[in-house]
Write a protein that binds this ligand. Sequence first.
Ligand SMILES: *[C@@H]1O[C@H](CO)[C@@H](O)[C@H](O)[C@H]1NC(C)=O
Ligand SMILES: *[C@@H]1O[C@H](CO)[C@@H](O)[C@H](O)[C@H]1NC(C)=O
Ligand SMILES: *[C@@H]1O[C@H](CO)[C@@H](O)[C@H](O)[C@H]1NC(C)=O
Ligand SMILES: *[C@@H]1O[C@H](CO)[C@@H](O)[C@H](O)[C@H]1NC(C)=O
Ligand SMILES: *[C@@H]1O[C@H](CO)[C@@H](O)[C@H](O)[C@H]1NC(C)=O
Length: 431
Amino acid sequence: MSKLGTLFICIFFLPASFGLYSNQSRILSQLHTDIIQNVEYKTSIRPEFETHVEFAYTLVSINDFDEIKGIIHTVGIIYVSWNDSRLTWNTSDYADIQFFPVHLGDIWRPEISLLNTVGKFEIFDHLQDKFIAWVTNKGQVHYSLGGVYSASCDPDVTYFPFDVHECFLRFVPFSDIFFRDFFKNESIQLAKPLLNSSDIHDEDGEWKYHAMTPCVRNVGNTNLFGAIFPIKLQRRWKFVFFNVIIPVLLLGYLNLFVYSIPVEAGERVSFAITVLLSYTVFMIVTAQSIPETSAPMPLLSYFLVFKLVYSSFIAVSSITISRIYHRDKDRPITIVYKKLTYSVECIGNCLINPNSSEKVKKDTSDKSDPEIAVSESNPFTWIRVSKAMDKISIAFFLVVIVTETVIFFAFLLNSYTNDVFDKSSLICDNF
Ligand SMILES: *[C@@H]1O[C@H](CO)[C@@H](O)[C@H](O)[C@H]1NC(C)=O
Ligand SMILES: *[C@@H]1O[C@H](CO)[C@@H](O)[C@H](O)[C@H]1NC(C)=O
Ligand SMILES: *[C@@H]1O[C@H](CO)[C@@H](O)[C@H](O)[C@H]1NC(C)=O
Ligand SMILES: *[C@@H]1O[C@H](CO)[C@@H](O)[C@H](O)[C@H]1NC(C)=O
Ligand SMILES: *[C@@H]1O[C@H](CO)[C@@H](O)[C@H](O)[C@H]1NC(C)=O
């Protein structure tokens, strides 16, 4: 029964709905003839002397952010709306039709440009003349299109890999620039975006990004107004942190163990040079993942250069200590070396066993010349000097590397914040 009913409806109403459709399309083409092909309508003439343009930009994704060249390529959807009083009609004359599509090339349209572009300047170009805009009976024109918008953006990589950048797209109605004194300063306004950017935007492997609240601001000191759409980007730091910073840090501490290799083994110098070499190789490899800018230079670059210098000094000192170790037994030991050795041995002994330090002191004070005093059980040789120098070197380089690590991380982590996207955009505040 119900199937029969459906059939009944189809047979009797299908022709009727076709009729309605053909009626509507006939009315639509009538409307088009009356309004668009009207001889009075000229596409080059502004609807009003002062035409407001409502504008919205919805960020969909970031194609690429080249922080070295300072270019951001975004995919976005723009929405433009304006009122054209010539495109109005009485709906009761046209079978209650309230909106209809027109080719963009057939009507007047505002000339909006992306001011800080590195690609296409004009938003509307002749390629879009066949695109469809919608006109309502009140004369409102709505148009939206998607595209790739590339803009210049000043990067600041000081705190790489914890860097945060703020780029923006500035759209300006450019036909106003010549007669800008005639037009009111508010010729571009922000429209409510058709889509919520956070609902549609894609995740990116390298950057976390977020479209910030847009604003309308003057262009420089002129009374020309542009709509600014800021985008904040925060680097995903884990890759660089685990692939560059941690290995470099470990190599630095590994380097210290050169002093625990016995000099007799003869492996010391080759170990020191190997670490130095692997450092150099590592620097070359990692240089590719570091932005090649020097204004300002990333702190990480200073960190790497410092590590290289540090490793060179360790290599030099281990070579020097090996030389001292192998010095001829008959060669007299100078007073400077002796003083050094005594103080190092004393520090070691004092910490472990205070009595033995007294013994050393007594040993030295008993002799007429304390500087060349030698206890019988431990004759003073170049080997003893080199062992003392090992201890000095370990202590010195350990202090250096710990200090450096602490300072470096203090700088980096100080700059790191988790909630960059909650803060307001600096660009809208500063313009
Ligand atoms: C179709 O148009 C005719 C006049 O042109 C009108 O009389 C008729 O009511 C219209 N039909 C519909 C379904 O609007
Ligand atoms: C167009 O006019 C309507 C009222 O008729 C107004 O609400 C709207 O903001 C206007 N649009 C623009 C872009 O000025
Ligand atoms: C539209 O036309 C009808 C009759 O054709 C008229 O009664 C009405 O006032 C008109 N409306 C406007 C806004 O002009
Ligand atoms: C427009 O600009 C003038 C100065 O050029 C300023 O006094 C006025 O407040 C501005 N109007 C708005 C709505 O911003
Ligand atoms: C967009 O969506 C997010 C969460 O999905 C919401 O917090 C935000 O208020 C929305 N923004 C607008 C303009 O609707």
